[in-house]
Design a protein around this ligand. Sequence first.
Ligand SMILES: NC(=O)C1=CN([C@@H]2O[C@H](COP(=O)(O)OP(=O)(O)OC[C@H]3O[C@@H](n4cnc5c(N)ncnc54)[C@H](OP(=O)(O)O)[C@@H]3O)[C@@H](O)[C@H]2O)C=CC1
Ligand SMILES: N[C@@H](CC=O)C(=O)O
Ligand code: NA
Length: 429
Amino acid sequence: MGVKLGILGLGTVGTGTVQLLQDQEGRHLLLQEIEIYRVGVRSLDKPRQVELPNGIVTTDLEAIVNDPEIDIIVEVMGGLEPARSLILTAIKNGKHVVTANKAAISRFGAEIFTAANEAGVYVMLEASVGGGIPVIQPLKQSLSVNRIHGITGIVNGTTNYILTRMQTEGSDFKDVLADAQSLGYAEADPTADIDGLDAADKIAILASLGFGGRINLQDVYCEGIRQVSKTDIAYAAKLGFVIKLLAIAKGQIGDNSQLSVRVNPTLVPQTHPLASINGVYNAILVEGEPVGQVMFFGPGAGAGATASAVCSDILNLVATLKTNTPKPNPLLACSHQHYCQITPISELVTRFYTRFLTKDQPGVIGKLGTCFGKYGVSLESVVQTGFQAELAEIVVVTHDVREGDFREALAEIQTLEAIDSIPSILRVL
Ligand SMILES: NC(=O)C1=CN([C@@H]2O[C@H](COP(=O)(O)OP(=O)(O)OC[C@H]3O[C@@H](n4cnc5c(N)ncnc54)[C@H](OP(=O)(O)O)[C@@H]3O)[C@@H](O)[C@H]2O)C=CC1
Ligand SMILES: N[C@@H](CC=O)C(=O)O
Ligand code: NA
């Protein structure tokens, strides 16, 4: 008897998944055990890139998750509802779930995994972070004996694609976004990509796995790439940096009870391994003891890459079903229930890049330095290179500073008569 799949969604990822499952030559033999039993979509009239036998495609997704014949539900429809309810119904009905939906997992993970543990089923989510890059299973299994100290990643393909093209071609943000959408990288509402929300969902998932506790998504500090300008990309390059949207989760050495979890555009030194990750590629650098640094790299979005992750989860479940393992496998199931404590962003200690527009008066740099000094902010470099109309442009990079102190200094600097505006404030890795 084959293992029957109910697939919810036949868009970019659903289509890639069906294509992979239908093209078995040279792939793992267990794929032969899988039967695509039902596929749920919103519209029956849309042209599809895959052929499926008559009667398989339906708009009744409730019927799929309630169908007693189906063993595994593959949720690749996205969104919060009805995805959440359909996943929960599937679990209640004793079905294993494979999902690519980081938005639903990062918000409803506690509810979903509690239900899955009670029902004795697995919820697999390799595709939810890093697209085709194996990173969820490595964190759950291959690296599980390590004490994780930090996870730093480029986990959104759309924004990395946009920043790369802005950097290499000097392209306009809006044109590049349209390309990312047409290539199938962007979310249905690309705001989730641009404003860092998708990356926040993903780092919440990675932090939860790495640090062994639940993460309250509201505690994850999140800034997107809207404010990153061509001017800052050019200044960063002159100073030896590239700008990347980084998702970072860090524990204290020897004490992981307090975590810092954040997403923000960051100046990354050109020599850092994450600096050379371009286009739709993602990379996740994991630091653990005793393993040291391990970096996962690969395509972070797109039909084929994401289908690779979805199908590897399906295959894992097929193997589990075939061997009839009676007890939940603790390396596949979610085993934690407590919430991690997340420190507020004001407590972060980091370097800052700041661009000021000032009146072209003597002594402005001195005034900036005095004000920063008052709040314990020491400066690594100060550059005055350009003019914008009548205004002088001054770029400052600080040494490590507590963010709260830096913000207090900036608040006072903003009141100085010589300061016109502060167009950019970016953190430096
Ligand atoms: N695109 C990518 O590269 C990646 C995507 N993901 C995640 O995978 C998931 C799917 O993304 P993607 O394939 O890009 O999304 P698409 O928008 O391309 O596809 C969504 C599919 O789900 C169906 N669908 C959506 N809502 C409903 C509903 N209410 N009722 C019935 N059917 C519905 C749509 O039906 P219809 O076709 O009829 O409109 C469509 O087939 C998301 O969670 C996304 O975050 C994860 C990694 C990478
Ligand atoms: N929109 C996401 C798709 C994969 O998760 C991205 O751009 O990374
Ligand atoms: Na992945």
